[in-house]
Design a protein around this ligand. Sequence first.
Ligand code: GLN
Length: 203
Amino acid sequence: MKIGILGMQGAIEEHEAMLSSLGVDTIRVKKPNHLEEVDGLIFPGGESTTMIKLINFTGLKEPLKEYIGVKKMPVFGTCAGMILLSKTIDNYASQETLGLIDIEVRRNAFGRQIDSFEEELEVKGIRGEPVKAVFIRAPIIDRAGEDIEILALHEGKIVMARFDNILVSSFHPEITDDKRVHEYFLGMVREWQESRKSTAGCC
Ligand code: GLN
């Protein structure tokens, strides 16, 4: 299994370190042909405005939409990565996104005073102790479409969700020592690999 981390800017190394500690190889996705080599994608946190510009500049926009939206390659977007995957941004309505998951997000939703904090969260589908979550100038999900599975709330606000092959979180699990969110995502990748194997010989 090989995971591609969108290699524009942001918390790339932290995801690489987390996946390497789980025995998984990674590459940095910087151009369209890199997508052919990977079984899943991570969109790291960082600065969503810079990332969308670089996605357009490198010609990755349509290929990413094809791989994620049509081929259903699993993707995990953290923080700015979640913003990129969202349908709309309510407080920056003109900012472009990939529009792959029916959620409306609010950037920098926790304001300046508490722009970074750590929290323990109950996450649906992850057993045992609460998950350690670090929020850094984090967005929240203000609206989620009917088909969106809500996985975690913080003070009543949606901070983690899933739709089919798309997992998003407002927070950064990669900078904690809690590996369970990445393990959850790798489970999605394994399922996708299995489903491709079972349809490969068919028809
Ligand atoms: N505030 C950033 C943005 O809006 C996201 C912050 C992060 O990814 N840690 O793009």
